[in-house]
Structure formats: C-alpha cells, structure tokens
Design a protein around this ligand. Structure first.
Ligand SMILES: NC(=O)c1ccc[n+]([C@@H]2O[C@H](COP(=O)([O-])OP(=O)(O)OC[C@H]3O[C@@H](n4cnc5c(N)ncnc54)[C@H](O)[C@@H]3O)[C@@H](O)[C@H]2O)c1
Length: 351
C-alpha cells in the first residue's frame, strides 16, 4: 500500500511516516512545504528506506499536487499539513486560512479527480483520511467529553480554520462521494515537537535555566496522547474506519497545564541532579493569559473503542518522562531551531 502523507515533516506527520515505513511496511510519499515547522531531520531514521519519497510542495498549489498524485499513484491520503499553532493564528490568521482551508480544498479536489480516474478495483479501496483536532469542539468547561456528534464551537483562528476544513472534507464525501474519514484528536506530545508548543517550550526553558511562562493560572485542562499512539490510531482508522465517519482519538489523560509543567520540573530535577537551577519549579512564571483561551478540551473515545477496538495505552506520566529525556539527549535536533530564532519568545498576545 502506498500512502501520500501531507505535512510529513511536521511533528505528527513525521511520526506517521516513520511508523508507516518502519513498522507497517507501507510506501509513504511525504508532501511538505517545509515551513518553519517542517524538519526533514525528524525523518533521518527512514530517509534512505526504499519505500520513502519526499516531495517539496505546497498543498495550496493545485498543479503541484495533481502532479504528485499522477507520479506516485497512492492508494490513500493522510492529510496532516496545516498551520498548527494557536498563538501564531492569533498574530497571523491569514496563513491559517490559506493553508488549512484553501489547502484542504486543493487536496480534496485533487484527490477526487485522481480517484475518479482510477480503475474500478483501486477506486473502491481509495481513502482520504483528514486529520483534525479536539479544538473544533471549543471550550467544554465542566461539561462531558465531546463525542462525534457534539456541536462545533471553535474559539481561535486555528480552531476555526480546522473546523472549516473538517466541514469541507465531509462535504466532499457527501456531495461528490470521495471516501473521506475525519479524525479529531486531543493534544499530542512526544519527540520532535517544535519548541513553541507547551511541553517542549517548558522543557527547553528548564534546560536553559530560563523562565517557564504559564498562561493565566495554569488551570486549563488538556487531554494528552503520545504522538506514536496517535500515529498507531490513524493507521487503524485508515485500515478499518468507514468512509463518511468521524472518529475521536483521546488519550484519556486530562491534566491541568500547571500539573504538566510541575511534572516536567520534577523530571528535570531527577535527570539533571547537578543543574544550577534546581529545583526547576523556581523557574515557573505566571504570565498574562492567551486571548480567548479555552479552559478545557476533552474527548469521548467510545466510538473508536467500540468500532475498531482502539484505546490509548495508559501511561502519560511515563511518556512525559521519556519525552523530557529525549529533549535532554537530542540537543542536535533542537539547538539549530533555537539558534534560528525560535527561542521561546511569546507569541499571540493579540494584534
Ligand atoms: N499537535 C497536536 O497536538 C494536534 C492535535 C490534533 C490534531 N492535530 C493536527 O495534526 C496535524 C499535524 O499537526 P502537527 O502538530 O504535526 O503540526 P506541525 O506544525 O508540527 O507540522 C505541520 C507540517 O505541515 C507542513 N505545512 C504547513 N503548511 C503547509 C502547506 N501549505 N503545504 C504543505 N505543507 C505544509 C509544515 O511544513 C509541517 O511539516 C495538523 O493538521 C493539526 O491540526 C495536531
């Protein structure tokens, strides 16, 4: 099976490509524009594998996308390419509108034309897996976890463009018969995450003895899933999910931000007993909250458990420890990013 993965140089996309090539023994074509978030060095372990190919292209470029379908003849698409950082979406929403909405439209159109021209046997098996987020359901407050029928109430420009992209993907299924499956997943963590998201930002600040900035009072709640478990769930959904359906993917690990950061500090204390800034929790600083900050996201993953027997393995604390250790051991990956101007500066304080 050959799969076209968009955004395969990003945090989750690279985990998906590594898994497809090295564990699931599929061929994978990575279509990525290599924005600031795209890092080919995240794919070094499989870069020379016979089943792997890279295409440097932008999902908004219809001609380039059509050419990639024609050249590689994939059996499925896993669409992850996106602008993904909420704070950036507050400062520069235009990039989010064009990539997340127009780019998704371009991918759906190209996939539809390609799929309609396939011979019958291959046409029936073709799938378009659209990867999305729990943020489309908006702020849950104290309410129950969102199931797949919950209303969309996106708050940030990022969430609004992902919500719009989800609707486009479903419309291409309902109106044109493209075999689309949509997934909505909770917050991911793990190796190779760009140091602007909460967990790597805090780890690198702690490692460098810099202030660890927590928005508001840190009481916001997020549900966490290890990126490799997300990649495994996406593989299971691509194989067994039904076209036209939506599947929530939950880590069943709701944690307050402050508790996540305290756990990172405790792990740094343990791994680096000689660090001059021990205890690392003294670096925590409470800063102005993010504009429009959602208080809580949580997902009901019952459908995925019932229909495809997939549940996340238990183990957020262990996964977080391994992630801290990975950043301690892999300076070669993140030091160039910080030297390149991404050294934890505050973003998204409203224009
Ligand atoms: N990170 C999370 O916690 C999370 C949770 C649920 C869903 N998601 C979704 O998963 C997907 C991947 O998220 P991520 O955290 O890996 O993002 P990321 O920012 O790490 O990676 C995005 C990738 O897309 C590429 N890209 C961006 N614009 C492009 C364009 N116009 N054309 C081609 N490539 C482009 C970038 O170069 C990068 O490699 C996104 O669709 C995101 O909405 C993320």
């Amino acid at each position: 099976m050959k799969i076209l993965v968009t955004g395969g140089a990003g945090f989750i996309g690279s985990a998906v490509v590594r898994r497809l090539v090295s564990i699931e023994k599929c061929a994978a074509v990575n279509l990525d524009a290599l924005t600031y978030a795209g890092r080919l060095d995240s794919l070094a372990s499989i870069a020379g594998a016979p089943g792997y190919a890279f295409e440097h292209a932008d999902i908004r470029d219809a001609a380039a996308v059509a050419g990639i379908f024609a050249r590689h003849q994939p059996d499925a698409v896993m669409h992850l390419a996106a602008e993904s950082h909420v704070d950036r979406s507050i400062d520069r929403p235009g990039d989010f509108v064009t990539t997340n909405l127009v780019g998704t439209y371009t991918m759906l159109e190209a996939a539809l034309r390609y799929r309609d021209a396939l011979p019958e046997g291959r046409r029936d098996g073709f799938r378009f897996l659209h990867v999305s987020t729990d943020e489309v359901y908006g702020d849950l407050g104290e309410g129950p976890p969102a199931n797949e029928g919950a209303a969309y109430r996106p708050s940030s420009p990022y969430a609004a463009t992902k919500a719009g992209a989800d609707h486009l993907a479903r419309a291409w299924h309902r109106t044109y018969g493209l075999p689309v499956i949509v997934t909505n997943c909770c917050n991911n963590y793990g190796p190779y995450q760009f140091p602007e998201k909460l967990i790597p930002t805090m780890i690198l600040a702690g490692l460098n003895g810099e202030p660890m900035p927590i928005y508001g009072e840190g009481r916001q709640v997020r549900d966490w899933l290890h990126v490799d478990d997300h990649a495994a769930a996406l593989g299971a959904i691509l194989r067994g999910g039904r076209p036209g359906e939506t599947y929530n993917i939950t880590g069943e690990a709701e944690r307050r931000n402050i508790d996540v950061v305290e756990a990172i500090c405790a792990t740094l204390d343990e791994l680096l007993p000689d660090a001059p800034h021990r205890p690392h929790s003294q670096l925590i600083r409470f800063v102005d909250d993010r504009p429009g900050h959602d208080f809580r996201y949580a997902l009901d993953g019952g459908k995925l458990a019932r229909d495809l027997r997939w549940r996340a393995p238990v183990g957020f604390e262990e996964g977080l420890r391994e992630t801290v250790r990975w950043y301690v051991d892999n300076r070669d990956w993140w030091e160039p990013i910080r030297r390149g101007g991404h050294a934890g500066q505050r973003q998204g304080t409203a224009r």
